[in-house]
Unconditional design. Structure first.
Length: 226
């Protein structure tokens, strides 16, 4: 299978596939999935690939009340832009496994994923993209009215200032803002536009202390907000 021209994150997917081929050449088919997972994790961070990865990446799903419903765990997030799900069986990749990756798209803002099967005599892989119905939902989800988000944040921070404290965390602030925009789920990662807008709103209300909300000192430097 060849790469699609002008598809998102071509260079990263090219390197992931190269690392997977190197693992398959070394180990061949027949091992457990965990063996390939560990081998691929080691291979991707080494030269010439030198990829930043996160193993068993978490994709939480919340309902409109902010309750955690489920956490998807794809094998890897690579460079925070490409999801990777691996398999290790003799059969070709099937529609159930593709559907599993579509679940990941529904729970995130990722634009591309790789589904890789190490169990075949020749490495079997597919590059997948969010289908139109998921993209349409994302557009609705990512177009909240800024005035609405600003009112939510202003009311919340004012309440915190008056009450003195409140058991909220930075993630909960985002969830509340999302819920007030009638969105059912939300995921934070560095390039997320919603997170950037919340940072800007917080910067506009510097007189209101954020410590009681759960923001640690130097919160801007933590991985969640970079």
């Amino acid at each position: 299978m060849s790469l699609v021209k002008d598809a998102p994150h071509n260079e990263i997917t090219y390197n992931v596939i190269g690392a997977a081929m190197a693992v398959h050449n070394e180990l061949g088919p027949g091992h457990r999935e965990e063996v390939y997972h560990n081998a691929l994790a080691l291979k991707m961070i080494q030269e010439p690939f030198s990829l930043a990865i996160e193993s068993e990446y978490q994709l939480p799903v919340y309902n409109s009340d902010g309750n955690l419903l489920y956490v998807y765990r794809p094998d890897f997030s690579v460079e925070n832009t490409v999801l990777v799900e691996i398999k290790a069986h003799h059969q070709p990749l099937n529609t159930d496994e593709v559907a599993q990756v579509l679940d990941y798209f529904a729970a995130s803002d990722f634009q591309v994923a790789l589904l890789i099967n190490f169990g075949r005599p020749r490495l079997d892989w597919q590059r997948l993209f969010p289908p139109e119905y998921i993209q349409a939902r994302r557009k609705r989800r990512m177009q909240p009215k800024e005035s609405s988000a600003q009112m939510v944040l202003e009311r919340m921070l004012t309440h915190i200032r008056l009450s003195g404290s409140h058991p909220l965390t930075p993630k909960k602030i985002i969830q509340i803002a999302v819920m007030n925009d009638r969105l059912s789920s939300f995921y934070i990662f560095p390039a997320n536009r919603r997170k950037i807008s919340i940072q800007q709103l917080i910067a506009a209300y510097l007189v209101i202390p954020l410590g009681p909300v759960g923001f640690p000192e130097n919160w801007q430097d933590t991985p969640l907000w970079k």
